[in-house]
Structures are given as structure tokens and as C-alpha cells.
Design a protein around this ligand. Structure first.
Ligand code: ANZ
Ligand code: ZN
Length: 818
């Protein structure tokens, strides 16, 4: 029977794969095969798999299956990122426990993955909401705590009024909660932090290690997020106050142009400095500022506001007295929360100066209009003026000089600042990892001893989980009240849970030794597998997950537990699956269901459609693709394999077969190999389609199905196709007389003798006269041909220096205008 029946094939081969388990990675240290570690960003169990999953896992599977065929010992694991708010919200609605919803969805997704034919090593499966897993989050927290990298402090934090929990800076997108979209407000709270700022420099510098393997835009986003800036700290004396106030500036060269001084209105410093008779005005102003959201405060087009504090600061070099103001455009948590304002060369300062009638003094001559008159500041390069010892210097020289002066006088020094803030860890929600700290009145913060981990979640469900602004764990009194591990006195557990990004910051290390009950991961095994050769996932994680994972890796490296400093050598960000030009959404009614597509066209056709649609980084508009056409192609490919299999037995010498078809097959192998290596999977599929057509022609109007070249082409096609359409390929492979599975059949090798192409003659003209004839490949590129032509002695004899113009018409003509 040569009918292609995708659904029947799926049932047959899924059962076989389960029995054969062909994708299990070997942990044998003596296994001579080189290793590869391929990682898919693990899914959140929000429901069944959707089209986005369909795409990303299909892409990653092409790479994994290619490595299997190349004979690598491949680690391709799967797990679930299964803590998080949606489970908790569902549990509140249904008066149930979040675990019920979570684990039911995990099973649904696991079943769908098996049907989808992804080459996972299922033996390594993990769920971050299992106590066996989150126990190690707690163990790692204890290590961070010992090293001073986990600490608790009070301060203003981002608060989502909808989810009733704090958020990390990374989870606030344009002032809104990354999860629910509610506008984020600021609240004063004491919370746990991870000291990621200690690693700011290394997070930046080590990017050089992954420069060639990561998309440029992700590197740029991380660089901007870390936000390293170089400048100087300058100390100003405030009249009537003992302690000086330090400002951070990227332009110390403009020190002589500072005409006023501004402190962040919400910083405690503002009231410390404020003259008593101006305090009422400051308090009234602060109340106004508190009404504004952060977005409103920071909008550049917002009218500047502020109040004079009745004090003067003294310029440490010129001795000039300048008035001190409080304003909201200066942020309390950047630099030192205070600035020297240079209105001529900073637009925000200029807007403020013009509004309040403060002086504007040009100190860098740029040749542009006077900012005081034009209202446009001139932040660029120029020559210093009105600046005493700096006069006549260029900007960079002036910066060097003024830093020397400040250093000599002990009133300042060069400084570096980062935009990166410490990672706020505490969450006031239930479905996460309890922070393993016990608060004791006498001993303070006491970590739960390692041998008492995990601190398991108490059994709370339904209404008890409703957001109240304090963690639901606080209501589990029996759980909260414990003896202090140090002094034995009465104490209380910390009731917050960890940000779920902790779970995903190291899960890729655990895959090497899942189920290990003595350590988060096996150091020796990890040495053999790590770092990850290829990571595949969405660009939405560019600063969150990817930054945190890099941070964890570096801390663990410093602890001697990990032998590498960057976890992911290469990163591929797949595009989105959209429909009719828009992201799929309920409200637009343009959703496409992965399960329904599979029911209609079969797994292979859906996977092939995803891969064939374009380069993996591009979005796929489902309205522009045709799974039905993919299915037709697969039926054609299947018939070629089945007919070749029926007509001949394995082992025939292909050298006795039809040379023309052999050339096509070997060229296809050669090209597909290079295309897969460079992630141009869509073009690789196009080449497989061409090979299928060539084999069809050979069967119908050439040497016939029994020719050894047809078998050779069909076998190569089966292996190449197995990366994209594994069911069809398996059945074809079996029809070709092979077994028990195609998974590790071996990648076909192109015979160089069959890759040699006929040559064509290229005419090279100089000033309209033929000067040389070159024998070249018909596929030569324009650049190559240009280089060849210009290198010819006969051509150079007629050229005097560089030609004015070279017109290349590959492969037949080069026309040189001297
Ligand atoms: C004087 C000056 C003159 C500045 C000039 C700029 C241009 P980045 O590059 O982002 O680090 N600044 C410092 N602390 C601030 C705070 N807490 N809130 C708001 N602004 C602050 O920016 C550094 C510059 O931003 C600093 O350099 C300071 O203004 C301002 F022609 O100092 B500058
Ligand atoms: Zn105690």
C-alpha cells in the first residue's frame, strides 16, 4: 500500500518510539561520541500546547535530530516551569489547589509533545513546582545568603495592584505589570533581593564570549538594561550642613556651567537639606508628585516642576554658590539621587532653568545657537569656555583634567554607574518557593538548615489564596510559627515566596542529573555536558530569564560548582506565529489551534509548514502558508520512498545507478548539510522538495524505480526529511528495508566526485575589447567572478590602477571600464 495516511503513521510510530526510546542521552563517561546539549526554553503549563510551542519545538527538533544523525551523544531534555500566578488565579476561581490545575495541564502538554514527535529524553523530565526541585532553590538561596548575595532591605518597590504583589524592575514594562498589564505603583516595603549588581561588570564583559552565537538585538537589550555609564562623582558642600552631597555626572567637564543643584524630591536627602522655612513647600510638592505614576514623572515632554529648598551648594572648583532645588525629574535610585544642573548642555536642566528663570551658562563652545535663546541644549562635542583651567580644551581632555583637579582637592573622582538594580526576589503569592528564612527576635534572619529542606508549602486552597497584599502563607499559622534553628526560641517563617524566575535560572543544570537527592546538580556530569551548545526560545526573555540565568551561572562558577561562565553559547530566537497579519488573540478571533491543525493535516505537515514558512527568526503568518500543500508534498516524498523500497533491496551499489540523479542527490546532501548548519531550514526543505521531484522523474521517465540511484536518493531523502517530518521519514525508512528506527540512521555523506559541475566560459572585456576567457562554475557568485577577472594577468596588462567600473554578469561576462 503506497497511500500516505499520516494519522495511522502517528499511532504506529509513537508506540514504537516509546518502546525504543531512541533519544536517551548517555551518561557513560567513556562514551566516545562527542556531546551536544540542545535546550528548548521549558514551557509554562498554561493549557495545551499552542501554535507558538508548535513552532519553537519544531525548530529546535530539527537541530537535535540533525545532531543525532551526525552521531553525537545529544542531551535534549524537557521539563515544566510550573510555579506561577495563573495556576493560583485558577485555583481561587475553582476553589481548588493550584497543583491540580498545574499537573493536569502538564500531563496534557506531555501527551501533546509525544504526539508531536519531539526527540526528548523523557527520563530527565522535571517540574519546578515539585518539592524535590524547589528544595534546591532553597539550598541555592542559602548559598547566596552565606555569600552576602541575598539580603533584605526596605525601600520603594514596584507593586502590582491587580496581582497584589511586588515585581522586579525587569517585570515592569513601560510602567505596567508584565503579567496582567495593570499600572504599577510604588510602595515602601522590606523585601529580599539578590545582589545582581555585584556582577554588573561581568555580565557586560562576558558578553564577548557569546558575541557570535547570540542575536545582536538581545545583546543590545542586555547591554542597555545593565546600562553602564562612565563619568565622575563630584562632592558639593551644602552651606549650613557638615556632610557634602555627591552627584554623579557623565560630563564633569561642564562643572563650570552648573548653575543650580537638584535633589530627587522623594529622597530623604531632600528634607535633610531643606531649610526649615521651606519644608512646608517641599511637603506639599511631594504630595503632588506622589499622585503621579512613574511614566508620567519620567515623560520627557512633561512640564518641569520643583521647589527651591532655601539652600546653596558650593561648586568645589569655582567656589560659586548655586541654589538647591528638589524636583521629580531627578530619580532617587540612580547615581546619588542628586545632580549638578548644567542647563546649557542638558535638555532636562534647560527646560527646568527656563521654567524657573535660572541662569544658563555656555561652557562648551559648539558653534550652535545659544541654548538660553533657542531653548535647545547643546550636549555635543566642542571647546571649553568660561571654565578657568579647562578653557581651550576639547571635551575628553577637559574630562581627564577636571577629574585630576577633583582628585587633587579630594572633592571627587572618576566613577562608573549602572542602570541595573538588584533583583527583587520576594513575592506575596502562594504558588512559588517559600523563602527558607526564619525570623527570630534574638538571632535575626536565620536560614533553615540544609538538612531541613525543603520548606514545603502548606496545604492552602481556594479563597485562602486570594490576594490580600500580604502573602497567603501568613494565614497558615501552624506553618508560620516555628522554633528558631539557632536558639530554639519562638520564631516565624518568612511568608514570601521567591520570584519564579529563580526556578528557571538554573533548571538547565539539573537536567544533567534529575532526581539527584544530594545536590542540585552533579558537578562531574555537568562538566561533560555544559555549557549549552544551542538554546532556542522567545525574544521576550531577552532581559529577564537570560540575564538571571547568566547571573546564576557566574555565582555558581565562583562557588566552583560550574566550570563555565556563560551558560548558553548560541541562542536562537524564533519568530511568532501570527494570523492575518496580527498576533493571535481571543478578542480578534484569529486564533488557530495547534491540536486542530494536527487533526486536519497530521503532525508532519504542520511541522513542515512551520519550518518551510521562512527563516526561523521570522514571524509566520498562518494565513499565508498551506499545511495542505505540505501534506501533498509529504505524500509525494512517501511514494518515492515506498516505490523505491518495493523495487529494490538495501545494499545495491549506487555507483551502478543513474549518474544524473546521483548528482542531484549528492548536491542536495551537500547543500542541506550546510543549510541546516547555518539554520536556513526553510531552504533545506526546498532542496528536499527538488530532490523528491528529481527522484519522481527518474522513476517515471528515467531509469525506473529499481535503479540503485533511486534507492540512494530515497534513502538520503528519508534521513534528511526525518529532521522535519519524522513520521513520514520513519515509515519510508522501513519501506526501504531499514529499521528499527531512522533516529540515528546516520547523516548521508556527499561524494565530492559527484559535486563537480560542468564549467562555463566567461568572457572578460576591458574597454569593450575581449582580453581573457575564464573557465568558471555555472554557480559562481558575482563577487568571486569579479575577483577572478581582476586577478587575470591578461586583464591587468590593460589596466592602469583601479578600474572605474566593473560590470559583472555571472557566470558569462565581466565588463571592465578602466
Ligand atoms: C551634568 C551634566 C551635564 C549631565 C551635561 C549631562 C549632560 P546616564 O548617562 O544615564 O548615566 N543624572 C545623574 N543622576 C541622575 C538622577 N538620579 N536622576 C536623573 N538624572 C541624573 O546619565 C547621567 C547624567 O544624568 C548625569 O550627567 C546627570 O546629568 C544625570 F551637559 O550631569 B549630567
Ligand atoms: Zn533565635
Amino acid at each position: 500500500d503506497e497511500q500516505y495516511d499520516p494519522q495511522a503513521l502517528q499511532e504506529k510510530w509513537q508506540a514504537r518510539w516509546e518502546a525504543l526510546d531512541p533519544f536517551r542521552a548517555s551518561e557513560d563517561p567513556d562514551d566516545p561520541r562527542p556531546r551536544k546539549y540542545l535546550l528548548d526554553m521549558f514551557p509554562y503549563p498554561s493549557g495545551d500546547l499552542h501554535m507558538g510551542h508548535g513552532e519553537v519545538f519544531a525548530i529546535a527538533d530539527v537541530i537535535a535530530r540533525y545532531w543525532f544523525q551526525r552521531g553525537y551523544n545529544v542531551l535534549h531534555p524537557i521539563g515544566w516551569d510550573s510555579f506561577g500566578l495563573p495556576a493560583e488565579n485558577a485555583a481561587i476561581r475553582r476553589n481548588a489547589h493550584p497543583a491540580e490545575w498545574t499537573y493536569a495541564n502538564i500531563e496534557t502538554q506531555a501527551t501533546s509533545f509525544r504526539r508531536y514527535g519531539i526527540s526528548f529524553d523523557w527520563s530527565r523530565r522535571l517540574h519546578t513546582s515539585d518539592p524535590e526541585y524547589y528544595r534546591w532553590n532553597q539550598w541555592l538561596f542559602n548559598r547566596f545568603f552565606e555569600r552576602g548575595l541575598a539580603y533584605r532591605r526596605g525601600g520603594l518597590v514596584n507593586w502590582c495592584p491587580q496581582d497584589q504583589t511586588v515585581l522586579a524592575n525587569e517585570q515592569v514594562v513601560a510602567g505596567h505589570c508584565e503579567r496582567c498589564g495593570a499600572e504599577v505603583i510604588r510602595r515602601e516595603l522590606t523585601q529580599w533581593y539578590f545582589k545582581i549588581t555585584d556582577y554588573a561588570d561581568r555580565l557586560l564583559d562576558d558578553m564577548a564570549e557569546v558575541q557570535d552565537g547570540w542575536p545582536e538585538r538581545v545583546l543590545t537589550m542586555q547591554r542597555n538594561w545593565i546600562g553602564r555609564s562612565e563619568g565622575a562623582d563630584v562632592r558639593f558642600r551644602i552651606e549650613g550642613r557638615d556632610e557634602p552631597v555627591t552627584v554623579y555626572t557623565t560630563r564633569p567637564d561642564t562643572l563650570f556651567g552648573a548653575t543650580f543643584f537638584v535633589v530627587a524630591a522623594d529622597a530623604p536627602l531632600a528634607e535633610e537639606i531643606c531649610a526649615p522655612d521651606h519644608l512646608d513647600a517641599l511637603i506639599a510638592y511631594r504630595a503632588e508628585v506622589a499622585k503621579l505614576s512613574d511614566i508620567e514623572r519620567l515623560a520627557t515632554d512633561k512640564e518641569k516642576t520643583g521647589v527651591f529648598l532655601g539652600r546653596y551648594a558650593v561648586n568645589p572648583v569655582s567656589g560659586e554658590r548655586i541654589p538647591v532645588w528638589a524636583a521629580d525629574y531627578v530619580l532617587s535610585d540612580y547615581g546619588h539621587g542628586a545632580i549638578m544642573a548644567v542647563p546649557a548642555h542638558d535638555q532636562r536642566d534647560l527646560d527646568f532653568a527656563l521654567k524657573f528663570g535660572l541662569p544658563v551658562r555656555v561652557v562648551v563652545h559648539t558653534g550652535l545657537a545659544d541654548p538660553g535663546e533657542s531653548g535647545v541644549a547643546t550636549p555635543g562635542e566642542g571647546t571649553l569656555v568660561n571654565s578657568g583651567p579647562l578653557d581651550g580644551l576639547a571635551k575628553t581632555e577637559a574630562i581627564t583634567r577636571i577629574v585630576e583637579i577633583l582628585r587633587e582637592r579630594g572633592t571627587g573622582d572618576a566613577a562608573v554607574n549602572f542602570r541595573l538594580r538588584d533583583w527583587l526576589l520576594s513575592r506575596q503569592r502562594f504558588w512559588g518557593t517559600p523563602i527558607p528564612i526564619i525570623h527570630c527576635a534574638d538571632c535575626g534572619e536565620v536560614p533553615v538548615p540544609d538538612d531541613q529542606l525543603p520548606v514545603a508549602l502548606p496545604d492552602l486552597r481556594g479563597e485562602a489564596l486570594a490576594p490580600k497584599g500580604v502573602s497567603p502563607l501568613a494565614s497558615a499559622t501552624d506553618w508560620v510559627n516555628v522554633d528558631c534553628p539557632k536558639c530554639g526560641g519562638p520564631a516565624r517563617r518568612d511568608t514570601d515566596t521567591m520570584d519564579t524566575f529563580v526556578d528557571s535560572s538554573w533548571y538547565f543544570l539539573r537536567y544533567c542529573s534529575p532526581g539527584d537527592e544530594t545536590a542540585p546538580f552533579d558537578v562531574e556530569r555537568l562538566k561533560r555536558w555544559g555549557p549549552i551548545d544551542q538554546y532556542v526560545g522567545g525574544v521576550e526573555h531577552a532581559v529577564l530569564h537570560l540575564l538571571y540565568s547568566r547571573f546564576f551561572t557566574k555565582v555558581l562558577y565562583d562557588m566552583g560548582l560550574v566550570g563555565f561562565t556563560e551558560p548558553f553559547l548560541r541562542l536562537l530566537n524564533q519568530g511568532q506565529v501570527i494570523n492575518r497579519g496580527k498576533a493571535m488573540s481571543k478578542s480578534l478571533g484569529n486564533g488557530v489551534d495547534l491540536g486542530e491543525q494536527i487533526d486536519a493535516f497530521g503532525v508532519d505537515a504542520v511541522r513542515l509548514t512551520m519550518i518551510f514558512a521562512g527563516p526561523p527568526e521570522d514571524d509566520i503568518d498562518w494565513a499565508d502558508v498551506s499545511p495542505a500543500a505540505s501534506q501533498k508534498f509529504l505524500a509525494r516524498a512517501f511514494r518515492v520512498m515506498a516505490e523505491a523500497g518495493a523495487a529494490s533491496a538495501p545494499g545495491a551499489d549506487p555507483a551502478t545507478g543513474d549518474t544524473e540523479l546521483r548528482k542531484v542527490a549528492h548536491r542536495t546532501i551537500d547543500e542541506v548539510t550546510r543549510l541546516v548548519e547555518s539554520h536556513r531550514f526553510n531552504v533545506a526543505v526546498a532542496r528536499m522538495m527538488e530532490l523528491t521531484s528529481a527522484a519522481r522523474r527518474a522513476i517515471d521517465s528515467g531509469p525506473g524505480a529499481a535503479d540503485p540511484a533511486v534507492r540512494e536518493a530515497a534513502e538520503a531523502l528519508a534521513v534528511m526529511l526525518s529532521l522535519v517530518a519524522p513520521y513520514c521519514a520513519e515509515e519510508g525508512w522501513e519501506r526501504l528495508g531499514h529499521g528499527p528506527t531512522i533516529a540515528r540512521a546516520g547523516w548521508p555523506v556527499a561524494d565530492p566526485a559527484l559535486l563537480v559541475q560542468e564549467s562555463v566560459t566567461c568572457v572578460v572585456q576591458v574597454a569593450g575589447k575581449v582580453r581573457d576567457r575564464l573557465e568558471v562554475s555555472p554557480e559562481i557568485s558575482e563577487d568571486e567572478l569579479r575577483t577572478l577577472a581582476l586577478a587575470s594577468d591578461k586583464v591587468r596588462a590593460h589596466l592602469d590602477g583601479d578600474p572605474r567600473k566593473v560590470i559583472v554578469r555571472a557566470p558569462k561576462l565581466v565588463n571592465i571600464v578602466p
